[in-house]
Design a protein around this ligand. Structure first.
Ligand code: 5AD
Ligand code: SF4
Length: 439
């Protein structure tokens, strides 16, 4: 028997890339590859890339440069670029970095086995099609091995919204939903393998239409799976929220009280220029509806500062919206012009000014985040334990609000769901004491 070949995958970007990397590893498993976390011993290195901002894309080229000595030491090593940079730049990657053997986009990676064989023959292998066939129908069946208690599950991909700043409609293509029965089947398999929490993924996950009652219909069906204890979903668009998805936050116990709902800006003028098709007011009203059914909902958002045309008054409107909403978690970015998007043609805000605004926004968001976290002290939460902590005897997991919580306990093990009283709030996590099992 020949020794198995070793595969090293480095994942950039969003959770969907994390899910795709798992599926790619499984797919190459069928070609005799086993995973390694050491690039130096790999026979194949795949970078699963992100194109969302310029910095993210440039990281890929610097990483490829760093791989040169490995390729020199092991000429049999195959290097591949997958994901959104692969989709956006295609053959350009091989031209710019000749050590790349394989380039595969996010909608064609079910063809990895053929591409790998081509690379092994010494040919350059490239596939950035948006194929007719559904990749999920052609991917290797998922293995049955035990796995950790949390998993991502892609249910929807692509975007038809065309926000003026965003590459996603070009890298991931048009909105496509996976049929509910396939999602249910994959979820049941994950639960059989030890998963207790599933995060449903989509670039516009609440535009999911693979179920006749949309995303909330899927969530309600998933909630019927014994052994699946927690359901989350990300990322949503404010315009795709429907009444039943809001209601589910109040009446579906397994749906966690955490909502990531990007708004990007608090200025109606900028929201219009971004082609968001909602206003700051309509966003705030929507959040209020969620809070009626789930007062303790923890809100998370995405913000872009320095979008072309943003004035100090527009930026102030973003700060005002943040004050009005109150975020427990947030991600904020300086606008980055992306080739091919409508906004890339427009005059940019002074870079120094954009930096200063980002710092001001982040200071406010960090304050809100810390206040939310500190407000958990004394409260009882449930924690799904995922792994040992940094200190001996510690276990770490996530509360229903997605806060990292650590406890010192010799009774809880990975995969346990326990009631925990929060006793301290640290920089990025909470400390707690186990007070009992969840029945
Ligand atoms: N520049 C800066 N941030 C961006 N995002 C998307 N495109 C850009 C861009 N061109 C941010 C948005 C989005 C998140 C995933 O990344 O806030 O919600
Ligand atoms: Fe990055 Fe968007 Fe692609 Fe995810 S879908 S990897 S965030 S460009």
């Amino acid at each position: 028997m020949t020794a198995p070949k070793k595969l090293f995958i480095k994942t950039y970007g969003c959770q969907m890339n994390v899910y795709d990397s798992e599926r790619m590893a499984e797919s190459l498993g069928g070609q005799g590859y086993i995973a390694t976390d050491r690039a130096a011993e790999a026979d194949m290195i795949l970078l699963n890339t992100c194109h969302i901002r310029e910095k993210a894309a440039e990281k890929v080229y610097s990483e490829l440069g760093r791989l040169r000595p490995l390729k020199e030491a092991n000429p049999g090593l195959k290097i591949g670029v997958a994901g959104c940079v692969a989709q956006a730049e295609g053959a350009e990657i091989m031209a710019r970095q000749p050590l790349v053997d394989l380039v595969v986009g996010p909608q064609s990676y079910h063809r990895l086995p053929e591409l790998e064989a081509k690379a092994q023959r010494g040919e350059k292998a490239l596939d950035t099609d948006f194929p007719e066939e559904d990749k999920f129908d052609h991917l290797t069946a998922r293995p049955k091995a035990r796995r950790g208690p949390t998993a991502f599950l892609t249910v929807q991909e692509g975007c038809d919204k065309f926000c003026a700043f965003c590459v996603v409609p070009y890298t991931r293509g048009a909105e496509v939903s996976r049929p509910a029965d396939r999602v249910m089947g994959e979820a049941r398999d994950l639960v059989e393998r030890g998963v207790r929490e599933i995060t449903l993924l989509g670039q516009n996950v609440n535009a999911y239409h693979g179920h006749d009652r949309g995303l909330s219909g899927l969530i309600r069906d998933l909630a019927g799976i014994d052994g699946l204890e927690r359901i989350r979903f990300t990322t949503s668009h404010p315009n795709d929220m429907d009444d039943d998805l809001i209601a589910a936050h109040g009446d579906c116990d397994k749906l966690m009280p955490y909502l990531h709902l990007p708004v990007q800006s608090g200025s109606d003028k900028i929201l219009k220029a971004m082609n968001r098709k909602h206003t700051a007011e309509s966003y705030i009203r929507l959040i209020e509806r969620f809070r009626v059914v789930r007062p303790d909902l923890l809100l998370s958002g995405d913000f872009i500062v320095g979008f072309p045309g943003e004035t100090e008054a527009d930026f102030q409107a973003t700060l005002d919206l943040v004050e009005a909403v109150g975020y427990g978690q947030a991600y904020s970015f300086k606008y980055s012009a992306r080739p091919g998007t409508p906004a890339a043609e427009r005059a940019e805000v002074d870079a120094g000014e954009a930096d200063a605004r980002l710092q001001r926004l982040q200071a406010l968001l960090t304050r809100q985040q810390k206040a939310t976290q500190d407000g958990m002290v004394g409260r009882e939460v449930t924690v799904l334990f995922e792994k040992p902590g940094r200190m001996a005897g510690q276990m770490v997991g996530k509360s229903e609000y997605l806060h990292a919580v650590h406890v010192t306990s010799d009774t809880v093990v990975r995969g346990d769901l326990a009631k925990v009283r929060i006793v301290e709030s640290e920089r990025n996590s909470l400390g707690g004491e186990v007070i009992g099992a969840v029945s």
